[in-house]
Design a protein around this ligand. Structure first.
Ligand code: SF4
Ligand code: SF4
Length: 108
């Protein structure tokens, strides 16, 4: 995960991705040990990782787009597979929205 812009096409690499998966809702499991100030509760009452105004998980180090709690990251994050179906889906959605937003801006 770096702050380089990566292509949404082809095989993704965490080392050249904008940590797009760290924009997803991460539901914490009983075995997770994440500092409380990085978590919150969803309107449905789920214990989740907190997100910042920018849409990314607050545990993400924005200077290098790496997880700031990598050694103790939640189990959901540990199971997330690079180039797996969820990785591909979240990247496709993210880059679609970025492209649509850029089109909207240039048309304004
Ligand atoms: S798992 Fe996929 S979406 Fe997450 S940082 Fe790696 S390449 Fe990007
Ligand atoms: S805990 Fe780390 S790996 Fe999980 S979403 Fe947050 S920044 Fe990403």
């Amino acid at each position: 995960m770096t702050n380089q812009t990566s292509s949404p096409k082809g095989r993704a690499k965490c080392s050249s991705c904008e940590a797009v998966c760290c924009r997803l809702t991460v539901v914490l499991q009983p075995e997770d040990r994440v500092p409380g100030h990085l978590t919150t509760y969803s309107p449905e009452g789920l214990h989740v990782m907190k997100h910042g105004q920018d849409g990314w998980c607050v545990a993400l180090n924005s200077a290098n787009m790496n997880c700031g709690i990598y050694e103790t990251r939640p189990s959901v994050c540990r199971r997330f597979v690079m180039n797996g179906p969820y990785c591909k889906a979240v990247r496709a959605d993210y880059y679609d929205s970025v492209t649509a937003s850029a089109r909207h801006t240039s048309a304004a």
